[in-house]
Ligand binder design. Structure first.
Ligand code: WQD
Length: 342
């Protein structure tokens, strides 16, 4: 079974992708420095797939450890690279942490494979589009100057990958531009595990509903949208995980589009914050305590993806709707309240 290196594999999207890789017949190998996740996620994954995935704890910014690992694991045929710092607000406060971590880890991995064929799937983001001029936004849309160092690291990483794949003949690369990942595995054994106060909407909603947070603040209801709140393309994390398996499969088959390609990974549907809250209340049966507050600095108003290319050329399409996103997120929060994972 093809061995796939999953960097950041104990994280939210990484752990769900490890499960889907195993189900598709691959052998996932996790490398994670546990800076933003818990080692206990390995036990949770084992409860789902029946085997504990191989795990190596080290920092991908440590070139010696990266090279030693690659030398000892010569049968890795593909890499799915999740490991990166990803909090928009933190990146504004500490840009050097983001540039150092996100670029050194990527470049160390690429250089370790300088002479070896490798299929490489990169975790990118719709944040590279900024505030799109046309909606839904497709992959040909212009990349706009990011509004945060986090977003800038995604843009520059895509450029590094595109130029690397063009210059050398051993890298086959796909960048997946995620929209907003939410929800949890149907088992409620893995899900989003924010450390500290959640930055993202869904964990803040579920933590408010379970009573860990007093109330949710909606960051602005005076935007130029039907109900005034900002619009996003929320995608179920299991659908997102399956897109990574599809990307590895396309690279193994040979991507007719060439050695570097980009795909939007969303549902193509936009939901406003207030619509997301209503969907959560309907799916969970919980009345959410929320207030309207000021806009959040750096937020874009509305974005949702054109996923035609992913459907036609990646052979992937999201299957789970907003109801399953909300009910699975809620089931996971309830599981965590009885089975804390630190
Ligand atoms: C969604 C909407 C907020 C919290 C970012 C990155 C993206 C990806 C996901 C990493 C916005 C509103 C949120 C709250 C709110 N990166 N909101 N109250 O900013 O769209 O995307 O995170 O995983 O690349 O750009 O996601 O969940 O923070 O916000 O009203 O307490 O919810 O204003 O409109 P975002 P988000």
């Amino acid at each position: 079974m093809s061995k796939i290196l999953v960097t950041g594999g104990t994280g939210f999207i990484g752990s769900h992708t490890v499960v889907e890789l195993h189900k598709a017949g691959y052998t996932p190998v996790i490398v994670d420095n546990l800076s933003n996740s818990s080692v206990k996620i390995l036990d949770q994954i084992e409860k789902i797939i029946g085997v504990k995935p191989a795990f190596h704890q080290f920092d991908l910014c440590d070139v010696a450890q990266v090279n030693a690992f690659i030398a000892a694991n010569t049968d890795i045929s593909g890499i799915i690279h999740f490991a990166a710092s990803k909090a928009v607000g933190e990146s504004v406060q500490d840009p050097l942490k983001y540039y150092h971590n996100n670029f050194f880890s990527l470049i160390n991995l690429l250089e370790a494979y300088r002479k070896k064929p490798i299929n490489f799937v990169f975790s990118s983001s719709c944040t590279v589009y900024g505030e799109p001029d046309v909606l839904p936004v497709n992959e040909a849309a212009p990349v706009k100057r990011a509004t945060s160092p986090y977003g800038n690291t995604k843009q520059i990483a895509e450029e590094i990958l595109e130029e690397t794949a063009a210059a050398y003949d051993n890298y086959q690369v796909i960048a997946l531009r995620y929209f907003n990942p939410v929800g949890a595995h149907e088992s409620a054994l893995i899900g989003e595990l924010p450390i500290g106060v959640p930055q993202n909407l869904l964990p803040f909603i579920t933590q408010t509903a379970i009573g860990k947070r007093e109330k949710l603040t909606v960051f602005g209801d005076d935007y130029d949208t039907p109900d005034g709140s900002a619009i996003r393309d929320y995608i179920h994390v299991v659908d997102l995980a399956k897109a990574h398996v599809a990307a590895i499969q396309l690279l193994e088959k040979g991507n007719p589009n060439g050695s570097y390609d980009v795909f939007n990974v969303g549902t193509g549907n936009g939901y406003s914050v207030l619509e997301a809250i209503a969907a959560f209340e309907k799916a969970s049966g919980q009345q959410l305590n929320y207030v309207i507050g000021p806009r959040r600095e750096g937020d874009i108003i509305k974005v949702w993806g054109d996923v035609t290319k992913s459907t036609n050329e990646l052979g992937w399409k999201a299957e789970l709707g907003i109801d399953e996103m909300m009910s699975s997120a809620w089931a996971w929060e309830k599981y965590l309240s009885e089975n804390p994972i630190q």
